[in-house]
Ligand binder design. Structure first.
Ligand code: ADP
Length: 473
């Protein structure tokens, strides 16, 4: 799995803090341990040597018993003595005996050299043993010092450093998260702006004044790029609009002339009649296309105002179907489509541009006519998430699932057009449907109808009491 940049920054900070705390903690622990131990060792050696001198003078004076003397020498300390004298061993306490002295150290001391050793007993207690030979009396004096307190101190120190390390690492991670969020914020702004632009808000720009000085270059070039993009899109839209507009008047003249010819159709020879028919079919298609293109380019140029009105959804659909039928100039197969209304949505209201909604319905009904043998049913019902859905069904060949997203693209004329089309399709109808629905804050999708054909589903947000339809221009 690839880590995101934010996660990586956090990980680097966390790891850095961890390494630093291990280093600092380890260094502090071992330095403190070294000095404490060295101090203890030299104190132990001093004491043991002093006591050895006492032992020697006591032995020289011929004093006995040694145990009392030994007890005296170590009174008030956490040390115990072991004395080897003339192959006898004397101990100052029951807690020590000859086997308390590590064999190695004993060997060195018995050989005549003073030595010190730190070790841990099998029971786990840390101790220092100092061995001092007293050659003049053939005695060997050992003193065992308990290091439990030092051990305890070091353990507490270790735990404290470990705790501090954990806290530092957590702080490092938190700092990393903060730093990554902070450094990625400008990128989040850029991606938000890019998203808005992609969503059609071409006026979006990055705030050059608020930008981080280090990112000034990025901000400026981003804004310059969007300026150019906007200019280009607007120029293209204007061009499209102009072209469509310019085409309209010659087309109207052509259509009028064609009507004159059609009036005298019967007087024409059969070949000319066929040619006239072809001409009028294509001219109609041409006119439709120019009309659709004009509408589309106007929408692209943002020059159309949208007036959303609050209306009852059932009345809206019924009204649009009736008016739509009128526009379809008798091309419908069969009788008027049935509108089935779910009782749940009877009183629901939506904010729509009635003219646009009507165009949407006409478009879908015409398509059902052209490609699906006519509308089988129109239904209004509740949809997911506070939406109302209007479905337009037909019993035709339906739309292949792979084509379902494409049919809403401009100029897309799917495989169905070849099979059943009348040749008047422009491939713009559904693209306009999608645009109209988007402007009205709704959407459109295509599914399979229960009759086996296509089902177009229009969804619109339902207005609750007090909601005003949101205007857009
Ligand atoms: P056109 O002007 O060609 O009808 P549309 O955008 O309205 O353009 O439709 C695009 C394509 O979607 C059509 O060419 C057709 O292949 C397919 N289509 C649209 N409606 C239906 C339908 N009800 N049943 C089957 N195919 C359809």
């Amino acid at each position: 799995m690839k880590l995101g940049i934010g996660a990586r920054i956090t990980a680097v900070f966390g790891l850095g803090a961890l390494l630093l705390s291990i280093l600092m903690g380890g260094l502090s622990y071992f330095t403190v341990r070294h000095f404490l131990l060295a101090g203890r060792e030299s104190a132990a050696q001093q004491q043991a040597f002093a006591n050895a001198v006492l032992v020697r003078s006591s032995l020289q004076a011929g004093n006995t018993p040694y145990v009392a003397l030994l007890a005296d020498t170590v009174a008030g300390t956490d040390a115990h003595s072991v004395l080897y004298h003339q192959s006898k061993v004397y101990v100052s306490s029951l807690s020590v005996n000859a086997s308390s002295i590590p064999a190695e150290l004993r060997k060195v001391v018995l050989a005549g050299t003073a030595a010190t050793q730190t070790y841990r007993t099998p029971a786990g207690t840390a101790e220092i043993v100092v061995g001092v030979p007293v050659p003049s009396e053939q005695a060997f004096y050992f003193e065992v010092f308990d290091l439990s307190d030092l051990d305890h101190t070091l353990r507490v120190l270790g735990l404290t450093l470990f705790g501090a390390g954990v806290v530092t690492t957590i702080l490092g991670i938190a700092l990393g998260r903060f730093a990554s969020a902070r450094s990625l914020r400008p990128l989040a702004d850029v991606s938000r702006a890019a998203g808005a632009i992609a969503g059609g808000e071409l006026d979006t720009r990055l705030d050059a004044d608020a930008a981080d000085p280090d990112l000034e270059g990025l901000t400026n070039s981003f804004n310059a790029m969007v300026d150019q993009l906007q200019e280009r899109i607007e120029r293209e839209a204007r061009f499209n609009s102009d072209v469509s507009h310019e085409l309209r008047s010659p087309l109207t003249t052509l259509a009028a002339s064609l009507e004159v010819l059609e009036a005298d159709r019967d007087k024409l020879p059969v070949r000319s009649q066929r040619a006239l028919q072809l001409l009028s079919d294509d001219l109609r298609r041409f006119q439709r296309m120019v009309g659709d293109l004009l509408e589309m380019s106007r929408a692209d140029a943002g020059s159309v105002d949208v007036f959303l009105e609050e209306v009852n959804v059932c009345e809206l659909v019924q009204h649009s179907v009736e008016t739509g039928m009128g526009h379809m100039d008798g091309r419908r197969h069969g009788g008027p489509p049935e509108v089935r209304i779910d009782p749940a949505v009877r009183t629901w209201r939506v904010g729509v541009d009635k003219r646009r909604f009507e165009r949407v319905m006409v478009n879908l009904m015409e398509n059902a006519d052209h490609y699906g043998g006519g509308v089988t049913e129109i239904a209004v019902g509740p949809g997911a998430g506070e939406k109302v859905e209007v479905t337009v069904d037909d019993a035709g060949p339906g739309i292949d699932p792979r084509e379902r997203a494409k049919v809403f693209e401009r100029f897309y004329r799917g495989s169905a057009s070849g099979r059943r089309g009348t040749g008047t399709g422009t491939g713009l109808g559904l693209a306009l449907v999608a645009e109209h629905m988007q402007v009205m804050h709704g959407g459109v999708r295509v599914e399979s109808s229960p009759a086996g054909g296509a089902r177009f589903v229009l969804s619109l947000p339902v207005l609750s009491d007090g909601d005003e339809p949101e205007m857009e221009s």
